[in-house]
Design a protein around this ligand. Structure first.
Ligand SMILES: [Zn+2]
Length: 225
């Protein structure tokens, strides 16, 4: 038990007299919960307020992972006891989120530098050195000037030096070699790449939903080692 605050009732209009306590596993209130559908397919990251709302709307089917939060609700008039909700790191829910990813096989996640650099494990895909985000750039393998587009399979993380050296040329023209083939993340991979602080149990859960052939398996192992 490390932290407690009063939730602003105005946030939901649903929660009377609610207090929340984060367990040591959560290390504070900013730890996000992995929401899945009832079949266990990863859907999105939610904060404890959203998790509490789902509980109150009786949309939580079951939970996995470790205990993150204890939500102390109002006193039950009949029993005189406080209601306590336990929120785990992974929450399976009924109902829909509007996220198309888990139902559409042709889903393409939005491309942005943060998820791109994570997909490539912060490695420059030309010189294979690791860099912090701020020193990486988005390289278009086939440059715009030669008909290349801004899609997952035409972009890689590249350090500034390699990007400058390659300039507006294809790797063949620049005599530079990619160390890996770029790929479009699946929905589960994208959820992982979007994560802030992914707990070990959440990571294990997400990785189990990656395609077996996903390059992320090896990259995560390498990154953690
Ligand atoms: Zn480089």
């Amino acid at each position: 038990m490390m932290q407690g605050i009063d939730l602003e009732q105005a946030d939901h209009g649903l929660l009377d007299d609610l207090r929340i306590v984060a367990t040591p596993a959560a290390r504070g209130l900013s730890q996000l919960v992995l929401r899945t559908d009832v079949a266990g397919m990863p859907l999105e990251w939610i904060d404890y307020k959203e998790a509490a709302r789902l509980y109150h709307q009786e949309q939580v089917a079951y939970t996995c992972g470790s205990l993150l939060y204890e939500l102390y609700g109002g006193v039950n008039a009949r029993t005189g006891r406080r209601t306590v909700l336990e929120v785990n790191s992974i929450v399976a829910t009924v109902g829909h989120t509007g996220n198309p990813g888990n139902t559409r096989h042709d889903y393409v996640p939005p491309l942005n530098n943060q998820t791109l650099f994570r997909r490539d494990a912060y490695l420059c895909m030309y010189c294979s050195q690791r860099f912090p985000s701020r020193e990486l750039s988005r390289d278009h393998i086939r440059p715009f000037s030669q008909g290349g587009t801004d899609v997952w399979t035409n972009v890689v993380a590249a350090c500034r030096r390699c990007n400058n050296q390659k300039a507006s040329r294809t790797p063949e023209q620049a005599r530079m070699q990619l160390i890996a083939v770029p790929f479009t993340p699946t929905y589960a991979e994208y959820i992982f790449l979007k994560g802030r602080r992914v707990l070990a149990d959440q990571m294990e859960y997400l990785v189990a939903h990656f395609p077996r052939s996903s390059p992320l398996h090896a990259r995560i192992r390498a990154y953690l080692s």
